[in-house]
Design a protein around this ligand. Structure first.
Ligand SMILES: [Zn+2]
Length: 332
């Protein structure tokens, strides 16, 4: 039998292919129409995400996995893929792991602590020093030192808060992971609709790994993440129609699709000095302004990959995800 290798495209080449005016216009159009679709879900179907819905238990998630696997295998045209392990990672141990892994975060925390320390010293000095110098507390030196102290304190908090929130994955997304070494899907608890599409995404990484997409060196993360997002989108929309449950479409669009398209739209537009329609950029709170802000410097592999694959999907159709696995994918 003829053996084929999956397609892989480097991140820099993906960005190159997106860096043009037409792509910015396309994303603008996608955001406008998909936002409208979301609004339709809410209005026509009377759907509203329920905050009180309990998160799915691991045992129930595992029970549903064979159906997800079947769906993805069929979509990607693969057979005989071994079932991966599925584990639940408690949030606290995830935070601990991230803390150990991320040197840059530890450094920033230390720097901010230093800033707060000096702020405290200044604050003390601003009370003690004027007395020693026999100055009245309301004089210029005292208020200047107080302001500096206050500034340092506020600065430290402002600086560390978004970093901690983003990097340590309090933003729940980063708690879902695929570990190719142990063929393990690791996930925290989510509401059912969100959980099942996350499983589809992580299982897509498992298929990629089984097809040796992880063997190549180089920066292919955006490509792999975009491919997994495409699989996730397909499964979410399949479940939406299969169960007539708008939660699947809504959760996917709200948590992943729209925020990532918006990030890419504004990033690509700014890089090319094109005007940005700010009214399109509003996002749901849970995705977080912080994340939008940090990603505006350099979008994550998920955002880059998602914009790339969604564009290609619109041009070439859903067969591209299968083409990637077969090594037959071409950028159009
Ligand atoms: Zn992923």
């Amino acid at each position: 039998m003829e053996s084929t290798k999956p397609t892989l495209i480097k991140e820099e080449d993906i960005i190159d292919s997106l860096m043009n005016k037409e792509e910015v216009q396309r994303l603008e159009h996608i955001i406008a129409t998909d936002s409208q679709r979301m609004q339709d879900l809410v209005n026509l179907l009377g759907y509203k995400a329920s905050k009180s819905e309990p998160k799915q238990k691991l045992a129930d998630t595992k029970k549903e996995f064979p159906e997800i696997k079947k769906e993805v295998d069929h979509f990607l045209g693969v057979k005989w893929i071994r079932t991966p392990y599925i584990e639940h990672v408690p949030r606290i141990s995830h935070l601990h792991n991230e803390w150990k892994k991320k040197k840059s975060v530890r450094k920033q925390v230390k720097q901010s602590a230093g800033l707060m320390f000096w702020g405290g010293i200044f604050e003390l000095a601003s009370i003690e020093l004027p007395e020693l110098l026999h100055l009245r507390p309301d004089n210029f030196l005292s208020s200047a030192l107080s302001s500096i102290a206050l500034g340092a304190g506020i600065g430290a908090v402002l600086r560390i808060y978004p970093v901690l929130k983003y990097e340590l994955g309090i933003n729940y997304e980063s708690a879902n992971e695929y570990d190719p070494l142990n063929e393990r899907i690791m996930t925290t608890k989510h509401k059912r609709a969100h959980q099942l599409s996350i499983l589809a995404h992580e299982y897509a990484h498992h298929v990629q790994a089984r097809k040796n997409m992880f063997a190549k060196r180089g920066d292919y993360n955006s490509f792999k993440e975009g491919h997994a997002r495409g699989v996730e989108r397909h499964v979410a929309l399949e479940y939406f129609s299969k169960e007539s449950n708008p939660a699947f479409a809504y959760e996917f669009m709200n948590n992943h699709h729209l925020p990532e398209m918006k990030i890419m739209y504004s990033w690509l537009a700014k890089k090319q000095s094109l005007p940005v329609n700010e009214s399109l950029l509003k996002t749901r709170k849970s995705y977080g302004k912080t994340r939008m802000l940090l990603e505006s410097q350099k979008p994550t592999a998920h955002s880059i990959g998602n914009a790339f694959f969604y564009t290609q999907e619109m041009i070439q159709g859903k067969g591209i995800y299968r083409d990637v696995i077969r090594g037959e994918f071409q950028v159009l």
